[in-house]
Structures are given as structure tokens and as C-alpha cells.
Write a protein that binds this ligand. Sequence first.
Ligand code: MG
Length: 357
Amino acid sequence: MTALTAHRNKDLLFQQVREFHPDMAGLTMPIPMDEIPEDLRHIHWVMGKEALHAAAAEVPADMVLVSVVGIAGLQSVMDAIAAGRQVLLANKEALVTGGHLVMKAAQEAGKRILPVDSEHSAIFQCLEGAKGNAPVKLLLTASGGPFRTWDQERIAHATRKEALAHPNWNMGAKITIDSASMFNKALEIMEARWLFDMPPEKIQVVVHPQSIVHSAVEFADGAVIAQLGVPDMRVPIQYAMAYPRRLTTGCKPLDLFALGQLTFEPGDTKRFPALRLAGECLRAGGAACTILNGANEEAVAAFLREEINFGAITTLVEEALNSLGDLPANTLEDIFEADRLARTEVKKQLAQGKGTV
Ligand code: MG
């Protein structure tokens, strides 16, 4: 059986239901049943938060693709694992906030988490031929975003429009801002730490503006295996869905001659402190990564409302980390509480006028 859910984009969901005929569909932001087009009313509709639980755990399916935005994805991932589903993970926050719980639950259920995030899919693909040889380093590529060549001062005062102009990927507003600040890469370091059981010091960020090498792994003998391709999310999505088969995606093949050259730079932790914070939070353990994530979401929302300047995103996150200190992350409840506290802390700082433009 199949299910499809969305948050509030009902028109797109209706269009997809009409095309794919799922047995169940739902919107987490509820609408009255009479707003559902008549030709779609014969399927089972679930409204509100229950829609995610129904799709992840109640509808009998082989696999669950979790692309819920934010920490809400953590509950869905845990629900899907508990129900014995194969999880295809497009949500970062589940591993960022609850990676230790998710990986333990998956291991106990005898299931692998198949990554959909393009960098992690690349690493996963590179490890397919490893024959049990553990990598010594993960090379996590990053486009560098729109501020790759900007100096610190200019980045601090970047506008909403400048931050939303991503050179290579067309994504939602939150993740595009995260790409500009490199908080997206910080979250991906955390994701990689759990998915591939690698300590942060063995995960190196490689800025690669062309976004052709999607990531790479280094082995003990010095060999580096990379995955390359045109940036197109259909590739990692199909790889997770059809794993271990590869399907025709309709994506453009890579034209190395047209590219000419590929370039690589180190990630700059001075201009992009998020890269430094990722390692610090992972080493601190507890709920530090959850605090970073929750505080960043609130700060990005304030930036998108044009209440704070771009540099204040990092300042607000660091202040939340410092003032909340050690918080436990032993249970899902602990994690949701740390997330709530982080958001409250940022709101408090915003109310005091911190970072306002
Ligand atoms: Mg990614």
C-alpha cells in the first residue's frame, strides 16, 4: 500500500494524489474534508499530525521516504523503524538531533537507513565497493553557497535577497539560507557522523563550487573514491528507492569535456563558524546538536522576516549554546525539550533586540 503526505501545499498534494493514486493521503496542516476535490475523496484522508504517523507506521508499506522538514522528522523516522519499514532519509534533523537513538533503533530492527541527502548518498555509493574496508576519512563536498568568496564583514551584512540566491541548487528558503551560512554543511557533518559512524575530526568539508563531486571517501591505502554527476536530486532519490539497482532517471549525463575543470578549496571556519560549531557540538554530546539546530531555525526565521542581519544568525546560535549548556538527549522527550528551550532562548534574545538591524 502507498501513502503521501504534505504540510500545507494542498494543491500540489492533490495533483500528486491524482497522478499516483495512493491509498492514504494527509496534510499536517488540516483542512476541512469538503475542500478535498470530489474525485479524490474515495481514498483514506488523515488530517493533522496523525497524518505523519499514519503514513510512517500504519499504512503497510515496504519503505518510508521521510522528507518532512525539521525536527518533526525525528518522530516519523522512529515510527517507521518501529513499524519495521525501510527508511529512506531526506530529513537531516532526525539524525542531527536524535542520531544516536535512530541508529540504535535501526540496528536493533536490522535495517539500514538509506540516505537521500546528495552528499550522504554519494558517500553511501562510494562505500558500496569497500568490501568491509572502513574509510579513514569522509570528504564532504559543499558548493560554498553565494558567499563563498565574500569577506566576513560583507557576509555579516548580507541581505535576504543575496542569501537566497544559491548558485547551483534550487531549494526551499530555510535550506538556502543554511547553504549561505554553511549551517547546512554543519548539519550534514552531524548527519554523516551518525550514518557512517565517523568522528567529526575524520569528516572534512571540501568546498567545490561546481557541485559535480557529490562527496568522496578516503581509504587506508590513500585511494579516494568519489561519486560524480550533474546536480540533480532525482539521482540520490532513485538510488535510495531502488537500492541496490540503478534506474533510468532522465538526468543529463555528466559531460566532463564541457566542464573542463573542477576546483576544490578548504572550508573556512572563520567566515563560516557553523563548520567549527558542528565539531564542537558533536564533541560536547548531549543535546548540543539539537540546540544548534533549533536555535538556527529560529534565527533563520528572524532573518527571513528581515529582523536581524545575516551575521546575527551565528551569534544567536552561539549564545543559545552557551546559555543552555549541557542538556540531556537520552530520550525523544529530552530532545524535543532541548529543541523547545533553544527556540525559547533565541526568541528571548530577539525580544531583547539582539542582532536587530
Ligand atoms: Mg545535501
